[in-house]
Design a protein around this ligand. Structure first.
Ligand SMILES: Cc1cc2nc3c(=O)[nH]c(=O)nc-3n(C[C@H](O)[C@H](O)[C@H](O)COP(=O)(O)O)c2cc1C
Length: 327
């Protein structure tokens, strides 16, 4: 199975490579008649873009989204919604050296090994550039379920390395360039990131996600049980660099913790192999992100919305009109 689609009834299929002309996705199964505003999708994408200038990414992409189909007069038609983001900042020479060498810990080796051919530019399909379209699709799901249904999903950076970052305040989180929910901890996070930037190394992180459902839905979610957790786990584990997902059911909310591994590209010499399997040494250069867990926050939030949309449609199929019916 190719693994480019997620969801059964609310189904998203993504396409595109890091340095190809565009990335995008098709969202199939979105109910008709929902208000879809391209500016809402754009705002979600802007949240995923690096918010600290020069600090976290090698490239500068505007991530301007276009809606090509499935929306008429500002409403979903019930037909496939195609979302397109053109790649603009495509500097392929940056990657010429790794044409023959694999970055240890990066998924590009897996793609090459599996298919025997890969677009190596910027990691090709293995690049987390693909996560932008997950965020765009998640914005469609959240504009449906987040509006008027009393569902809320909130994610924050809960740990970076050994530094714990507990939730303090929603307004701190909204204002934070690094999705930290306690503004007092922001300087410690910056100091830690500066250390990793200076040393050339990278650091892992944990993202917490709190999900609140309105009472009738929460009751049904109890019955969904493992089904829903299975769906959520699958969606979250499918995000690049995610290594573990933990569920914690509180009285009135579901809290999830997601472990994100350190950035594979580091400014340190790493032992690797070339395409012929010969040992080699690789050191990546240029600007780089010492902690990808930060940019994973809006991506993971989007995956939760996508799973919720799929689960709600599955429930509707069983109990017609029972959940969020009448949209
Ligand atoms: C938001 C995000 C940004 C990422 N940025 C980078 C990056 O700049 N450099 C890098 O080497 N890997 C980056 N990655 C990880 C790669 O996408 C790669 O696919 C990942 O290491 C695959 O790991 P896995 O096979 O263990 O899931 C990023 C991951 C995410 C979620």
């Amino acid at each position: 199975m190719a693994g480019n689609s997620i969801g059964k009834l609310f189904r998203v299929t993504s396409f595109g490579e890091s340095h190809g002309p565009a990335i995008g996705c098709v969202v199939d199964g979105c109910p008709p008649g929902l208000p879809i505003d391209v500016r809402v999708v754009q705002r979600a994408l802007d949240r995923r873009r690096p918010r600290v200038v020069g600090a976290v990414s090698q490239r500068s992409e505007p991530d301007a989204v276009e809606i090509l189909s499935g929306v008429f007069d500002g409403r979903s038609t019930g037909q496939p919604i195609a979302l397109l983001i053109r790649n603009r900042d495509v500097r392929w020479l940056d990657y010429s050296r790794i044409d023959q060498l694999f970055r240890p810990g990066h998924a590009e080796y897996t793609y090459w090994h599996k298919y025997g051919i890969n677009d190596h530019r910027g990691g090709g399909r293995a690049s987390a550039r693909e996560t932008a379209v997950r965020v765009a699709a998640g914005a469609i799901a959240s504009s449906w379920l987040g509006a008027g249904h009393g569902i809320s999903v909130s994610a924050w950076l809960s740990r970076i390395g050994t530094l714990e970052l507990p939730f303090r305040d929603a307004s701190d989180l909204a204002a934070s360039p690094r999705f930290v929910a306690d503004a007092r901890l922001e300087p410690s996070v910056e100091a830690l990131l500066a250390d990793y930037r200076d040393s050339g190394d990278s650091v892992g992180a944990e993202v917490a996600i709190a999900i609140r459902l309105p009472a009738p839905l929460a009751e049904r979610a109890g019955d969904w049980g493992h089904d829903w957790q299975g769906l959520l786990g699958h969606a979250l584990m499918g995000v690049n660099a995610v290594k573990a997902v933990e569920f914690d059911e509180a009285e009135d909310a579901l809290q999830i913790r997601v472990a994100v591994k350190p950035t594979p590209s580091v400014h340190l010499p790493r032992r690797t192999i070339d395409k012929a399997g010969r040992p080699a040494v690789l050191m990546t250069r240029g600007k780089r992100d010492p902690c990808i867990g930060i940019r994973a926050v809006p991506v993971l939030e989007a995956m939760v919305w996508l799973s919720l949309a799929d689960m709600v449609l599955r429930e509707r199929a069983v109990h017609a009109g029972a959940l969020t019916g009448g949209d």
